[in-house]
Each structure stands twice: as structure tokens, then as C-alpha cells.
Design a protein around this ligand. Structure first.
Ligand code: SF4
Length: 207
């Protein structure tokens, strides 16, 4: 069955070996975290076909996944995450929301424009980041950080893809893929076509 939103182009920015040692992705401190991944109707169908319970999705036309208590620690896990192997059990068909990470699609702070940014909560990207302006004092402002050229080029490819006709049509059907503003995310690109597409369908829907 064709995907509504296919795999995004370009290399994965975080090496898999690094992801397997990390303990940030796929875990959530709160059961109702706004960062739980959103699945489209087709993505839900594929996840269920590959073993995820249909009860993990409150709306089968598109919804954020319901997380489950971590069996050994505090907090919650995506039910597709295996805490023993540290692997996603549906990695090959994980939703666009997960494919994008550590890039993030969100509304800007004024809720006027859709933007693409990178999440400073990703330890790997945070380590790679450099300060555009030397820091004054001890405070670390995410907006003062920039990424090496290869990451910026991948962000550009992702932004171009998200503004393609195919992606725009799919995203207009699933506006909740665009999260509310997250202060930890450093804005890289303003997505004018996507903003216009969502506004013309009068969509301001957020998670
Ligand atoms: S679907 Fe896979 S990649 Fe996405 S949050 Fe769940 S376990 Fe992680």
C-alpha cells in the first residue's frame, strides 16, 4: 500500500549507533506529552499491521500515539519502542514525525508561520552545534547556536521536500504534524508554501 507521506530524502543526520546509545528519543516524561509522535491514517494502518495495538491510536484517521508506562523506570515509552534492544519495532515504516527528528516542524512563536528547526534536546546535534556569536555569561541561548554545513544542507533538503506539492497536500490533510512552538527548537527555515496551504484551508489546528 503506498504511503501518504513517503520517506523523506537524504541521509539520516544522527548515526544509528549514536541513537542506540541515547536515552532521549521515544521516551516521554508525561503521558500526555505534546511530543508524542503523530501518525497519519496510513501510518496507523501500517503500524497496526506490524504489531502495534490499534488501541494505541485514539483516532484511526490520524492521532498521536498513546504512550505506555516504562517497565523499569519513571516516565513513558512509545509502544513501538523496545527498551531492551533500544530499537523501534516499526523503524522501516516509522511515521514522518519520527523520520523528521531531530528536525522539527512547528508554528513559530507568534503562531503566524510554519517553520523547520532543529531540536537542541537531541544530544548528538547539540554536541555538533557551534555558537554563532560567542556566549556572554553562562546562559546558553538556543538561538545562538548553528549547525555544521552538512546538517544545514540536509535541513535545506528536508525543507524543500516539505514544500513540494506532494508533501503539501499530505500535510494539509494532517495539520497536527505541525507542533506548537517549542522554545528548545532553533528555527532554520520558514516554510511559506506550507503556511499558505494551512492558512488557505483555515487550519490552525495544533496538538
Ligand atoms: S514510532 Fe519508533 S521512532 Fe517513533 S517514537 Fe515510536 S519507537 Fe520511536
Amino acid at each position: 500500500m503506498p504511503q501518504v507521506i513517503p520517506i523523506i530524502p537524504g541521509p539520516q543526520v544522527v548515526p544509528s549507533a549514536v541513537c542506540f546509545r541515547c536515552d532521549v528519543c521515544c521516551r516521554f516524561p508525561e503521558q500526555d506529552s505534546i511530543l508524542r509522535p503523530y501518525f497519519t491514517e496510513n501510518e496507523i494502518r501500517q503500524a497496526v499491521t506490524h504489531g502495534i495495538s490499534s488501541s494505541s491510536f485514539p483516532d484511526h484517521l490520524g492521532s498521536q500515539i498513546e504512550v505506555v508506562p516504562h517497565p523499569n523506570e519513571e516516565g513513558f515509552l512509545c509502544p513501538a519502542f523496545d527498551p531492551v534492544t533500544q530499537h523501534c519495532r516499526i523503524y522501516e515504516m516509522r511515521p514522518l514525525d519520527c523520520q523528521l527528528y531531530p528536525f522539527a516542524l512547528m508554528w513559530n512563536a507568534q503562531h503566524e508561520r510554519v517553520v523547520l528547526g532543529w531540536d537542541t534536546l537531541c544530544p548528538f546535534l547539540f554536541e555538533q552545534a557551534v555558537e554563532e556569536v560567542p556566549l556572554r555569561g553562562d546562559s546558553l541561548e538556543p538561538s545562538a547556536l548553528t549547525l555544521p554545513k552538512a546538517f544545514m544542507e540536509q535541513a535545506q533538503r528536508v525543507a524543500i521536500y516539505l514544500e513540494s506539492d506532494h508533501a503539501l497536500n499530505a500535510l494539509a490533510l494532517h495539520p497536527r504534524l505541525v507542533t506548537p512552538f517549542q522554545p528548545e527548537v532553533v528555527v532554520l527555515h520558514t516554510l511559506d508554501r506550507l503556511t499558505a496551504a494551512l492558512r488557505s484551508s483555515n487550519v490552525h489546528d495544533t496538538r
